[in-house]
Design a protein around this ligand. Structure first.
Ligand SMILES: [Zn+2]
Length: 213
């Protein structure tokens, strides 16, 4: 089983992908994290990725292919994968499907977790992350305003450069523009399933499971 989780930033894609990976023993392919790690490398690829994601741009298909192949190489053939954050646009579909084919994989379902633009902005500008353990916190909910140390490990709390509201606006605009062909592609293949993301984490997960089981 190979799954794709789609949805605007803040829809809870990562949370659902992790839950699915755990439940069905799938590999969690976290494209955003791989890109951020690559962006830290002092290589041409790293610098290229950094310059794009820090300005809120989607990474080009060639870069995506490199990152996909790097990631898929290490996953055992018999193990399924849940893809988070890929493919993001029309050009990435081809690169993605080609890479899947090279590793003899096929997409079973693509889930689109839908939340409104307003809800996305509300969720993302409040997001904070621990530098050390990578835990996510919501300002005013799971993290008190003014707290600078991680409640779990004491690490430094920060706001991701691409979680600041101007960059979010740009990312969202791009998201809606660019993801539509991806949704259409998997819809025409009868693999696209839309899920209401403005529900509790458990309810969203139950809705997804209802289609798989
Ligand atoms: Zn921490």
């Amino acid at each position: 089983m190979n799954l794709i989780i789609l949805g605007p930033q803040g829809a809870g894609k990562g949370t659902q992908a992790k839950l699915l990976a755990e439940k069905f023993n799938l590999e969690y392919f976290e494209t955003g994290k791989l890109l951020r790690e690559t962006a830290k490398e002092n290589t041409d690829l790293g610098k290229h990725v950094a310059s794009r994601i820090n300005r809120g741009f989607i990474v080009d298909a060639l870069t995506i292919t490199k990152i996909l192949r790097r990631g898929l190489e290490d996953i055992p053939k018999e193990k399924g994968v849940v893809f988070d954050g890929i493919p993001r646009d029309e050009s990435q579909i081809k690169a993605f499907e080609k890479a899947l084919k090279a590793y003899k994989r096929k997409i079973t379902y693509a889930f689109f977790i839908w939340i409104s633009r307003k809800e996305t902005l509300k969720r993302l500008t409040k997001r904070r992350i621990c530098k050390k353990c990578n835990s996510f916190f919501i300002l005013g909910k799971t993290l008190k305003p003014g707290v600078k140390k991680c409640p779990k490990c004491g690490g430094e709390i920060y706001q991701r450069e691409d979680d600041k509201s101007k960059v979010i606006e740009k990312r969202l605009e791009q998201y809606y523009q660019k993801t539509l062909p991806v949704i259409r592609y998997y819809y025409l293949k009868r693999k696209m399933i839309e899920i209401n993301g403005e529900q509790s984490i458990n309810k969203v997960f139950k809705d997804i499971l209802a289609y798989i089981e």
